[in-house]
Write a protein that binds this ligand. Structure first.
Ligand code: GAR
Length: 205
């Protein structure tokens, strides 16, 4: 049993969580996912955690008067698990500076664009509207400024002439499921060679 402890935060489908669960189970990620926390109830990500036997929590942001109050409760739950790494996997909440600064260095995110392009929402739509040839996803360390921390790896996919937002999102998801587990394992290994400069992974299909 590994001693590296991961907490995953999500808000929805949890396909990235599943990719991480799968890589942990085959031993390609040498860690244990010790908890999954969702800010939304009844999402598929929670079902995936349950099925994998991972303790899971719902912390509904709508029950809190302020972002700071929500983040404080979130930090308390996270602290109770003493994680080495906090993985944002489709966690669709902006985190307060206090929260980010508390966990900075062990907080990572995956964003569905080739950052610094398309921070924020509707990234696939923007890539299509701008007729980009390439699109993708970025795994990066989280800092208070949104979608801006140091990149660890980017996954690049082609944009096809007949792509819709859905077909493009599907291709990006596919590359996300490759790059996120890779990035996590590099961090576990503290692989300074991989972490010191951003890597690129091309998915050609
Ligand atoms: C992923 O595409 C991820 O990049 C995106 O949410 C999706 C979650 O999918 N994250 C963001 O947009 C963060 N700003 P999943 O729930 O199936 O893993």
């Amino acid at each position: 049993m590994s001693h590296f402890r991961i907490v995953v935060l999500l808000s929805g489908k949890g396909s990235n969580l599943q990719a991480i669960i799968d890589q942990v189970s085959v031993g390609d990620i040498k860690a244990e996912i010790i908890a999954v926390i969702s800010n939304r109830p009844d999402v598929m990500g929670l079902q995936r955690a349950e099925k994998a036997g991972i303790p899971n929590h719902v912390l509904e942001h709508t029950h809190f008067a302020s972002r700071e109050a929500f983040d404080q409760s979130l930090a308390q739950i996270i602290d109770s698990y003493e994680p080495d790494l906090i993985v944002l996997a489709g966690f669709m909440r902006i985190l307060s500076d206090v929260f980010v600064e508390k966990f900075q260095g062990k907080l990572i995110n995956i964003h569905p664009s080739l950052l610094p392009k398309y921070k924020g929402l509707h990234t696939h739509k923007q890539a299509l509207e701008n007729r980009d040839n390439e699109h993708g996803a970025t795994v990066h360390f989280v800092i208070p400024e949104l979608d801006t921390g140091k990149n660890i790896i980017q996954g690049i996919v082609p944009v096809k002439a007949d792509d819709t937002e859905e077909s493009l999102a599907k291709r990006v998801h596919k590359v996300e499921h490759i790059i996120y587990p890779k990035a996590i394992q590099w961090i576990i290994e503290a692989d300074t060679k991989q972490l010191s400069k951003p890597s690129t992974f091309y998915l050609d299909k």
